[in-house]
Design a protein. Structure first.
Lengths: 214, 214
DNA sequence: TCAATAGTGTCTATGAGACACTATTAA
DNA sequence: TTAATAGTGTCTCATAGACACTATTGA
């Protein structure tokens, strides 16, 4: 793949330039126990909590680096990593010149099997400071997640289908961090959903209709 | 800055990992002659038109790499580069494993002095294919630019202050690629502008009031 | 005066929000 | 029946869009 004969106008080969280390760091987000939560791992070196990440391997796509880091560092199978931002402050990482490409991956809690020795899920509201400015990454991730949930119903498939309108609303309330009017929410979302068979009753009260994502 | 003693859990130093080349490629956008336009340079190697870019120098911030590449490759003084996306397809660049961090920089035409031997401004609508999938970068840039112009008046300062409401509307029409209703546009924007002194008449007709960005 | 451009009054359609009402179940 | 939850009818208010009107200039 690499054309080792390539030389730039000044005669230098690609390998003659100094190269940064390129890492991916990922905010794996989910909703569990009515809380918007993020996956943290315990850093083997610093014994600090941080977001899972890894250096990019040769010829690897960034999304594949993300999925590999989640498997190796947290024993978690990721889904669809999405680029957020490149953090490029040269003093950001004490190990040297590292560019970190922040990612967001949203995974239903049901698909996350957490090994307590390696990883934990922490509510975003309660998540303390992490190393290497990983809090900044979390901020980007939450902002992106909220943006996604403002228009579309359950855009990342956090709910098991079929789901009730109330379940969908509670999900959006948790992600957005605000209470939503049931009637307004229903009218905004019903056109973007498909009706599913059957009803579901949670305790007393009229059974709720069921929906699937469009 | 670099801690050369750092070793990861498997005993490898940072430098022992293979490293990608990291480049920045920038869509410098402006509006000239009523056209949304992009700066292209003529590639010295391939003799193809492309977006200006460079490899990132050691310890350099990405935004500084962008500004340097614009100075060196196009003789242009950039303003405020903004990250768009990392293009990471390993086969994207024939020279080898290159990650390209796409940027957008919006510069008023008045601040762009184009050396015809090195660079040119091309209307986006008429811009043909560029090398290394630089067309993808342009798509991201245009989408971002339109997003910015949907809410805020002249968000990147393309107009010289003070300006008339009609000048502002024509700018937004060019960027968004649609015609806008003068009255609706005025009412949407007037609250986000500050009134400036004086009037300006362009030919016959009532002289227009002047505004500045908030 | 007329032509041309700037700016406003106002009607209408749309949609968000709020509230009250109806609907359907368990106990 | 009552309590609880689901879902709808409808009023109000804010806003976008459209259109017509007024305002102010040069020729």
């Amino acid at each position: 793949m690499a054309d080792t004969e390539y030389r730039d106008p000044s005669g230098k080969r690609l390998a003659d330039y100094p190269h940064p280390s390129v890492a991916v760091d990922t905010a794996v987000m989910t909703v569990v126990d009515g809380e918007l939560s993020v996956l943290q791992i315990c850093d083997a070196v610093d014994d600090d909590w941080r977001l899972p990440g890894t250096f990019v391997h040769e010829g690897e796509r960034l999304a594949d680096s993300v999925l590999r880091s989640l498997r190796e560092k947290a024993g978690v199978e990721g889904l669809a990593p999405r680029q957020l931002h490149v953090f490029d402050d040269p003093s950001r990482d004490s190990r040297g010149w590292v560019l970190s490409v922040a990612h967001l991956d949203v995974v239903p809690a049901a698909a996350l099997t957490i090994d307590p020795g390696r990883a934990r899920l922490v509510a975003v509201a309660a998540s303390g400071a992490m190393v290497h400015a990983h809090d900044d990454i979390l901020e980007y991730a939450v902002a992106q997640l909220r943006e996604d949930h403002r228009e579309r119903p359950d855009p990342h498939g956090l709910l098991a289908e079929p789901f009730t309108m109330t379940e969908l609303r509670r999900l959006h309330e948790v992600v957005l961090g605000v209470e939503l009017q049931p009637d307004t929410f229903r009218r905004a979302m019903v056109g973007r959903l498909v009706v599913a068979e059957g009803k579901r009753a949670e305790g007393p009260g009229k059974p709720a209709g069921l929906y699937r994502r469009g």
